[in-house]
Design a protein around this ligand. Structure first.
Ligand SMILES: [Zn+2]
Length: 560
């Protein structure tokens, strides 16, 4: 073959899992101009070799389509990269107070602080410390005594402050607890120990100095590296504010994106976005000018808007999801007969769904509890949406589904993005709150796939760590930290679990013709793993290493 038509790169000598049902495995693949030129037998693909073709031996490793982040928050990644990870295993390295202190010291070396600058850690979990006690500020004061330190509790509703931070916010022995909040005291005294919760914490967090747009742009490389080192080639920003959209579009236009980022502006931010960008119009409703409608669905400098994000309820582990039946353990403050509540009144939701879908805008609705899911189903029904209209409305989380709701998804053309890692991280908490029967339908992937629904799976980063292999493992095993299986009948195969990270995730973002499988003409967005996730013992999935991540034919992480 001549240099004009020959491949830039040929990959061979490994296992190729194509995610193309018509040709599930292949021996080799050729890439030209960032696209897949050929995929098939060694002989077929080597026919694309020319004088300048680079031929790479995969050395027995496994090649897959790059993973697609079906739901998560890239804006949070831009914050977290500058924070110390003080989570317990497996999400972080902290097992006791000494290891926590070491993490902070290492973080300080890697991220030196200016005078007065705050040091922030995230994921503090006193239950994960082997010392049998929580932190006192004296444990962290020596690390950087002249800088305020805030170690955010894994509930995101509190933090441990060092003495400098307590001094800055004015909490001392004479400060009473604010209404609805707690300043934890040292035993036998009124001296603050360090931990502050709820209304003693939230105003501090809101008022903390925010990084400038320039500082956030500087973090683009580090934030994307969190994803590319896990094999992700398409990232989601799944709740975009007006300010973040401006920042993300600027980062894209400056050429800072190595991989694709898909943004879903929050419905509540739409009027603000319209008044900023279309100052001559009247934007009291969700009626979009033509130019705004046309802004969806196309990448510019690796960034695209794909749809609008609706929020119907809160989080199940925080007991703020909206269920049809009460929790077994009461509400967050011990309320009896607690079943959570919706974030949005039904009339407002119905209007938003009808108005936006009439204009052809794809909807992504966050629904955790079955009552929130029922509200969305009702809104879609009232808006007159039909399955055959290919509207691809995605119900993000779809975590606690009631019997019959999946059949309504089929009828109306709704598709779930599941959150199976909940089975591991929060499975024991959910069992206590909801009981085994309701937990058996947590993220019911097997049933949904049997009904022909397009199912993706997500980490909702930074809610849980970016771990594609844990998504595969939890979709296959549905096992909690303590080892209890939640809904044995909803377990899926490795191939099915991988489909939810590749082709089905691409479908939900309307990119199935260009991404999600190894097929001729698709983008060469790829990941090379050191082991085959379809043959490894499922218990060992999390040990699989990413050798290389490739975006449009170029290495963005690792090497061959
Ligand atoms: Zn989310």
């Amino acid at each position: 073959m001549s240099a004009h038509t020959s491949a830039d790169l040929i990959l061979q000598g490994g296992t190729l899992i194509t995610m193309n049902p018509a040709q599930p495995r292949a021996e080799a693949m050729a890439i030209r101009d960032g696209l897949i030129q050929a995929v098939g037998s060694q002989e077929q693909v080597m026919a694309c070799q020319g004088p300048t073709t680079q031929v790479v031996d995969l050395a027995g490793h496994t090649l897959l389509p790059g993973f697609i982040d079906a739901h998560g928050h890239f804006s949070n990644a831009l914050m977290v990269v500058d924070w110390a990870n003080i989570q317990r295993p497996p999400a972080g390295p902290v097992t006791d107070i000494a290891s926590l202190q070491q993490v902070l010291r290492d973080h300080l070396t890697a991220h030196p602080l200016a005078t007065g600058q705050w040091m922030v850690g995230y994921g503090y979990d006193p239950d994960g410390l082997a010392d049998g006690r929580g932190l006192d500020r004296a444990d962290i004061d020596p690390i950087t005594p002249d800088n305020p330190v805030m170690l955010i509790h894994n509930s995101n509703h509190g933090a441990v402050l060092n003495s400098k931070a307590l001094e800055l916010v004015g909490y001392d022995a004479a400060t009473p607890d604010p209404a609805g909040g707690v300043i934890v005291r040292r035993a036998g005294s009124q001296e603050p120990a360090g931990l502050v919760m709820e209304t003693a914490f939230i105003p501090l967090f809101v008022q903390m100095p925010k990084p400038s747009q320039e500082a956030l742009l500087e973090r683009f490389a580090a934030a994307q590296a969190l994803y590319t080192c896990k094999g992700i080639t398409t990232i989601q920003e799944g709740a975009t504010t007006a300010a973040d959209l401006t920042m993300l579009q600027r980062g894209a236009s400056e050429g800072r994106l190595l991989v694709d980022v898909v943004s879903l502006p929050l419905v509540l931010e739409v009027p603000k976005l319209l008044s900023e960008r279309f100052p001559d119009g009247h934007h009291h409703s969700l009626e979009l000018p033509e130019a705004a409608r046309d802004a969806f669905g196309t990448y510019h400098n690796r960034f695209k808007l794909q749809g609008i994000k609706l929020l119907l309820d809160g989080s199940p582990q925080g007991k703020t999801a909206f269920w049809s039946e009460p929790l077994l353990t009461g509400g967050p403050n011990g309320e009896a007969n607690w079943r959570g509540q919706p974030i949005v009144p039904p009339e407002e939701l119905n209007k938003a769904v009808a108005t936006l879908s009439r204009q052809g805008i794809q909807l992504f609705a966050h629904c955790n509890g079955d009552a929130a899911i029922a509200m969305m189903i009702e809104a879609v029904r009232k808006a007159g949406l039909q399955a055959d209209q290919d509207h691809r409305t995605v119900i993000i989380h779809s975590q606690f589904m009631a019997p019959g709701q999946l059949e309504e998804y089929v009828e109306l053309g709704l598709h779930p993005s599941f959150f199976t890692v909940h089975a591991f991280f929060y499975g024991d908490v959910h069992l206590a709150n909801l009981g085994a029967d309701r937990c058996s339908r947590l993220s019911p992937m097997a049933s949904a796939m049997r009904l022909g629904l397009h199912c993706s799976n997500h980490n909702d980063f930074s809610v849980t760590p970016i771990e594609p292999m844990r998504m595969v493992q939890t979709a296959m095993q549905r096992r909690s930290r303590s080892g209890t299986v939640l809904g044995e009948g909803e377990r899926v195969s490795a191939e099915q679990a991988l489909m939810a990270l590749t082709l089905e995730a691409a479908w939900q973002l309307r990119e199935e013709t260009s991404k999600g499988s190894l097929e001729v003409g698709k983008r060469a967005d790829l990941v090379v793993l050191d082991q085959d996730p379809t043959t490894v013992n499922p218990d060992d999935l999390n040990g699989i290493e990413v050798i290389a991540t490739i975006k449009d034919g170029a290495c963005v992480h690792g090497s061959f």
